[in-house]
Design a protein around this ligand. Structure first.
Ligand code: NAD
Length: 339
């Protein structure tokens, strides 16, 4: 069993902990919190040993009826590998601790590529993770872009990508961020950082991205255009999407044309937290214009798509699976999801 610790039990960390627990070849040996919160309560309920960054806060956890297993350093020592899901920018500060104890660690997309020196996506570069001490699972948007670009590149060759990300304003549980009533150009400058981030995984891809933020909480929507090297074949590409273990095809007959309906669908499926781990490509949007221009819309559940990637990254680094196909199938099966 691979012993996994989750440092930072928040939006991503709590999902990774549950996904790891569902696997048969890995276990959660601890999670960390900074304060006794509702999420710390859930960690206790799930039976995850609770470690805290600042041991002087131990009493406040105990007063709230929560048992503290020890310090984050103690958790790191007990783990084979740490998934660092602390807020963006905080994780980099933990690198010295992981180095001190000679532990493997995986950061999230809020950290710079340079923190790990290697950015991961299971559909693109699984094999390169083997033997590395550090990796970074790219952000939700980058994960979604990498999956579909790699697929189109495999099918027809991709000459260049132009994409716009319509991003959610805040996560559903976030009461502090906005916008409440605005469409915000974020960033106002072009290109956005998403293109260079894709290139940390797929360095050969010519990509320019733009991004804006809207007052929603569930999912980002991508408007993607790719120039193909070879003449595209819509039927072939739809079949490849349908066969992809991490991309779901939103069929026209479902009537789903929005993130609201996707959320309802995920909830009706009985998915935990309404999570959509797969990218959601709208079948009716997939179009090939003038032979070599591919267009599509895809929706990306920001809280979920990177979760399964973290599980695969653990296997890729530790040698728990020898191929991406093997790991992805194991992860998906354990979570009970079919696309
Ligand atoms: P979050 O704020 O929801 O959770 C972070 C957790 O870390 C919180 O539980 C917080 O208590 C804890 N924490 C803070 N400081 C800590 C410290 N010093 N030691 C230990 N724990 C600490 O953040 P999140 O949204 O889960 O983001 C985590 C990472 O995942 C970031 O890099 C982010 O960019 C990335 N990410 C987020 C999303 C998303 O949609 N939320 C999507 C993809 C990637």
């Amino acid at each position: 069993m691979i012993k996994v610790a989750v440092n930072g039990f928040g939006t991503i960390g709590k999902r990774v902990a549950d996904a790891v627990s569902a696997q048969t070849d890995m276990e959660i040996i601890g999670v960390s919190k900074t304060r006794p919160s509702h999420e710390a309560m859930i960690a206790q309920k799930r039976g995850y040993p609770l470690y805290i960054a600042d041991i002087s806060k131990k009493e406040s956890f105990e007063k709230a009826g929560m048992k503290v297993a020890g310090t984050v350093e103690e958790m790191v020592r007990a783990a084979d590998i740490i998934v660092d899901a602390t807020p963006g920018g905080v994780g980099a500060g933990n690198k010295a601790m992981y180095e001190k104890y000679g532990k493997m660690a995986i950061w999230q997309g809020g950290e710079e590529h340079e923190v790990a020196g290697y950015s991961f996506n299971s559909s693109c570069n699984f094999a390169d993770a083997r033997g590395r001490q550090f990796a970074r699972v790219v952000s939700c948007n980058t994960t979604g872009l990498c999956r579909i670009i790699k697929l189109a590149d495999t099918a027809f060759g991709v000459k260049k990508v132009r994409a716009t990300m319509v991003r959610r304003g805040a996560d559903p549980g976030d009461a502090k961020r906005g916008p409440v009533d605005a469409i915000v150009l974020n960033p106002v400058t072009i290109p956005s950082h998403h293109g260079p981030d894709v290139q940390t995984v797929l360095p050969e891809i010519d990509i320019v991205t733009t991004a804006l933020v809207v007052p929603t909480t569930f999912m980002h929507m991508h408007i993607i255009q790719m120039d193909l090297k070879e003449t595209g074949d819509r039927g072939k590409f739809l079949k490849m999407i349908a066969d992809h273990p991490r991309i779901g095809l939103v069929k026209g007959y479902t009537g789903i044309k929005s993130t609201a309906e996707l959320r309802e669908y995920a909830s009706d499926l009985g998915r935990p937290r309404s999570d959509l781990w797969e990218s959601c490509v709208f079948e009716d949007s997939v179009s090939i214009v003038d032979g070599k221009e591919l267009y599509l819309f895809q929706a990306i559940h920001q809280e979920a798509d990177v979760v399964v990637e973290n599980v695969d990254c653990i296997r890729a680094m530790t040698g728990g699976a020898s191929t991406a196909e093997e790991s992805v199938a194991m992860t998906n099966r354990a979570l009970g999801f079919e696309t």
